[in-house]
Design a protein around this ligand. Structure first.
Ligand code: 13P
Length: 253
């Protein structure tokens, strides 16, 4: 049985004051939820404030990115120990915006995943095809390449414990959500690939989130799919009532 996970990716939105105001309003809205994990990923400047406000609650905090080295001359980067110190329990790795806007490749994603696991945190590893790749019938090949590269060297137990977010690039921030059937097809493919590399038991335990224009109105239909274990939400997670509604409707049953 996989515990559903609903995660908010705020991207480059919210100051400390705005993030704290969100959290103050949001926590009471989801206080009764005990059958799902809820994660907020603020920008790194607000991570400590959000994690602090969530301490003792049923909501966890995530970093949106991390560097794979422990320390050193890497201007502008943050280490795993730093985000852990700020209170993060999860780290988003390999988001398509990191891949496409900042040139992150599967080798970098793999280094980051290993650093997060070595530090005892949970990576949320993002994969997904572009529109051109989908139209060229390359979706399965792209997902396989990103999985094989990003998860290289992981044990079956590690694969069982990580979280994977399927985020088709054409659905991110476009209002064009994958249909529940498209999401299920991709998730079933991903789980099959995980089973091939790590065994069915690990694949059955690994949680697969869908991301890309998830809204209160479509969260339930996506969550009803057998291989969709939750959601990674961008725009619709910026408002506490909207994200609380997604938590309410987007829990697979
Ligand atoms: P939107 O929900 O804004 O489409 O963003 C999805 C996403 O990229 C979450 O990581």
């Amino acid at each position: 049985m996989r515990t559903p996970l609903l995660a908010a990716n705020w991207k480059m939105h919210k100051t400390v004051a705005e993030a704290t105001a969100f959290t103050t309003e949001f926590l009471p809205l989801v206080a009764g939820v005990d059958d799902a994990e809820i994660v907020l990923a603020p920008p790194v400047t607000a991570l400590a404030a959000v994690a602090g406000a969530c301490r003792g609650s049923n909501v966890a905090a995530a970093a949106q990115n991390v560097h794979w080295e422990a320390r050193g001359a890497f201007t502008g980067e943050v280490s795993l120990a730093m985000v852990q110190d700020a209170g993060a329990s999860h780290v988003i790795v390999g988001h398509s915006e990191r891949r496409h806007l900042f040139g992150e490749d599967d080798v970098a994603v793999n280094r980051k995943v290993r650093a997060v696991l070595a530090g005892g945190l949970s990576p949320i590893v993002c994969i997904g095809e572009t529109l051109a790749e989908r139209e060229a019938d390359e979706t399965a090949a792209v997902l396989d390449r990103q999985l094989d590269g990003g998860l290289a060297g992981l044990t079956a137990d590690e694969i069982a414990a990580i979280i994977i977010a399927y985020e088709p690039v054409w659905a991110i921030g476009t209002g064009r959500t994958a249909t529940p059937e498209q999401a299920q097809d991709a998730h079933a493919h991903i789980r099959g690939r995980l089973a091939a590399v790590a065994g069915q038991r690990a694949a059955d335990r690994c949680r697969l989130l869908y991301g890309g224009s998830v809204k209160p109105a479509n969260a339930a239909a996506l969550a009803s799919q057998p291989d969709v274990d939750g959601a990674l939400v961008g725009g619709a997670s910026l408002d506490p009532h909207s994200f609380a509604e997604i938590v309410g409707r987007g829990r697979p049953r």
